[in-house]
Design a protein around this ligand. Structure first.
Ligand code: FAD
Ligand code: UQ1
Length: 416
């Protein structure tokens, strides 16, 4: 059985960003990651809309992980934090002094009746959330000849809460270009009761929705898909789950999501199934040698790569302090960001914190559609991700925000 000073479980956005920070530990640090491929998922919105090629989103895991740290190509199947071990699929138990959990969120496509079959068999059903089915979105948009184009938002926490509607705006614009918009209805069926959780950006999105004649049905949760009859059935969450069928000619699904099954049954999680962290220090609430980052955590902020950028430096600093016998310092203000793309050259760049208060980097109002914000999302972010964040050198835009606001920016609130 092997033993490491720092063991990181999951080598996605969070796990790899942290591994890069600890690369100087060399072989004392390992990453458990089953997949050969590392995905930059934020670009899938643009891949789905035909604006970027899929290859822009993928690199071999070997190339992304720091060379110096060990890559254990397997999955974690059991956590035993009392004994500081993680069991692998192979049956081997790996010991650690310090653990970082970075397993992401699980996609539960199978929880919607008929959905997997529809995704496999119906060319009009697609999903930007999956590396296989994101490649169906643009062909389905091209083949759409009018009728109902339906976009869904599930009744669970998800990653990038804006993505279910970003693809809708891009598709709606595309349908205007291809001349089918007048013969179609663009429908957003969302389990939520609001379009977005932060009022400033919700107000901006409402204007977009009205000006582009999009129909939004709140508290509608997708429960089944019958692709043979091209019907998607939704439960009305505020009306005793009354079922309403919608015929579709194009269907973009955001699946229900949950914490990875392996975590749900582990001692590491709270009652919601996510890794139970102190929201300001990112240290585990019960096991002081355990930290977490990203989508698999209980942190009450929107699950994004942008949030992870702000978290990875804090995990590094606080875990390093704990290694030296010091205490973790409260530092994380919940910063997250969601570039709400509303067209092929337009974006509302939402940035906010735990209080759902806007925390904008640029010294201009980001609550309006801007070409600059689109450029940042489409061209700047991928460069930052691959060349800076994956090298352990991007801690989010806080420093730029302070410079650009000449020190007038609000300082983070970190009361416990
Ligand atoms: P991931 O990057 O998903 O990595 C988790 C890793 O854990 C995976 O590599 C997986 O193989 C591994 N793993 C799983 N189970 C196990 C196991 N049992 N043992 C070991 N390893 C395991 N974010 C933004 O900031 N801006 C955006 O515009 C944006 N848009 C998005 C659009 C879409 C369509 C999607 C899907 C996501 C978007 N995101 C966006 C969200 C962002 O991609 C995620 O929040 C981020 O990648 C989460 O990082 P993570 O490390 O928590 O999880
Ligand atoms: C960000 O830092 C980041 O990580 C690379 C993203 O991931 C895709 C983002 O989408 C955003 C918006 C940020 C925030 C950065 C700036 C400069 C606003």
């Amino acid at each position: 059985n092997s033993s490491y000073k720092v063991l990181i479980v999951g080598g996605g956005s969070g796990g790899n960003a942290v591994a890069a920070k600890f690369a100087s530990l060399g072989k004392k640090c390992a990453v458990v990651e089953p997949s050969d491929l590392h995905y930059y998922q934020p670009i899938w919105t643009l891949v789905g809309a035909g604006l970027k090629g899929f290859q822009a989103s993928v690199e071999p895991t070997r190339k992304v992980l720091p060379n110096s740290v060990d890559w254990i190509q397997d999955k974690a199947v059991k956590f035993d934090p009392q004994n500081n071990t993680v069991e692998l699929g192979s049956g081997e138990k790996v010991e650690y002094d310090y653990l970082v959990v970075a397993m992401g969120i699980q996609l539960d496509y199978d929880k919607v009746d008929g959905l997997m079959e529809a995704l496999e068999e119906d060319p009009a059903v697609a999903s930007n959330y999956h590396p296989r089915w994101v490649n169906k979105t643009f062909p389905a948009m091209q083949n759409f000849e009018g009728g109902n184009a339906i976009f869904t938002f599930p009744n669970t926490p998800i990653k990038c809460a804006g993505a279910p509607q970003k693809i809708m705006y891009l598709a709606e614009e595309f349908f205007r270009k291809t001349g089918v918009r007048d013969d179609s209805k663009v429908i957003f069926n969302t389990s939520l009761g609001v379009i977005f959780g932060v009022k400033k950006y919700a107000d901006a999105l409402q204007k977009v929705i009205q000006s582009r004649n999009i129909q939004v049905n709140y508290r509608h949760n997708l429960v089944s898909v019958d692709h043979k009859n091209r019907t998607a059935t939704f439960a009305k969450l505020d009306e005793d789950n009354e079922l309403v069928p919608f015929e579709y000619n194009f269907l973009h699904v955001t699946p229900p999501m949950s914490s990875p099954d392996v975590l749900k049954t582990s001692p590491l999680v709270n009652e919601t199934g996510y890794v139970d962290l102190n929201k300001h220090t990112l240290q585990h609430t019960k096991f002081s040698n355990v930290f977490g980052i990203g989508d698999c955590t209980s942190l009450p902020t929107s699950k994004t790569a942008a949030a992870i950028a702000s978290q990875c430096g804090i995990v590094h600093k606080n875990l390093s302090a704990v290694m030296e016998g010091k205490k973790a310092t409260p530092m994380y203000d919940g910063y997250t960001s969601c570039p709400l793309i509303t067209g092929s050259n337009k974006c509302i760049l939402a940035e906010f914190d735990y209080d759902l208060a806007p925390l904008e980097t640029l010294p201009i109002n980001q609550g309006v559609e801007r070409r600059l914000a689109y450029g940042m999302k489409a061209y700047l972010m991928p460069e930052i991700y691959w060349n800076v964040m994956m090298k352990g050198k991007w801690n989010g835009p806080a420093t730029f925000r302070k410079i650009l606001h000449l020190g007038m920016s609000k300082s983070p609130k970190l009361q416990a």
